[in-house]
Design a binder for this molecule. Structure first.
Ligand SMILES: [Fe+2]
Length: 197
């Protein structure tokens, strides 16, 4: 007979903590080298403090094909130059795996980039909103507000994370910066050019 997996866990939508989760993954500024376009602003911020950017707890009751897992992320507010604090960003090791994100608290956006066409979309990640990330789509999350952002993600347990594909081609094609108080997508090359002026 099939063993029952851990079928109930409890999460805190404000503090982003989950009981019964795997050990939390913490990402500090020093873990995000090469992520921000404005390297001078990044080095200056890092010299001041190696601030905590986000913490992720994941609950994976089962492994293998057909199993699912969920994660809750708590994301601190902050900026590097005009860029919002952001995640490393990834595609899935099994690139066909899609994923749902649900906003729980705070204000954020997600950048979705189609791997084949390079087409990019910026979507709001807010309480009462769900974002569907299709397969073969790189995704990155940003906290655009002044308070912690928490969100829940649900994905196939075998999806995995691939950071190398994005690192190998430089980064996401678009940067997300604050323009007139609004999160705005700008072509990376144009943004880098504006920084060197
Ligand atoms: Fe993902």
């Amino acid at each position: 007979m099939r063993q029952f997996a851990q079928q109930l866990s409890k999460y805190d939508p404000i503090n982003g903590v989950v009981e019964g989760a795997r050990p939390a993954i913490e990402r500090r500024l020093s873990d995000l080298k090469g992520v921000f376009a404005d390297e001078r602003a990044y080095e200056a911020a890092l010299a001041e403090a190696d601030s905590l950017v986000y913490t992720t707890y994941c609950v994976a009751p089962e492994e293998g094909d057909g199993a699912m897992l969920y994660c809750i992320g708590k994301f601190m507010p902050g900026r590097i130059g005009a860029e919002y604090y952001m995640t490393k960003g990834h595609i899935h090791s099994r690139p066909e795996a899609a994923e749902f994100y649900f906003g729980l608290h705070g204000q954020g956006v997600m950048l979705l980039e189609d791997e084949a066409s390079g087409d990019s979309r910026l979507l709001p990640l807010r309480p009462n909103g769900a974002i569907y990330v299709p397969g073969h789509t790189a995704h990155r999350t940003f906290n655009t507000g002044d308070e912690p952002l928490t969100y829940l993600s649900v994905v196939a347990a075998t999806a995995g994370h691939d950071y190398e594909v994005i690192a190998a081609r430089g980064n996401f094609r678009q940067v997300v910066v604050e323009v007139d108080g609004q999160p705005t997508m700008i072509d990376r090359a144009s943004y880098l050019q504006s920084l060197s002026r």
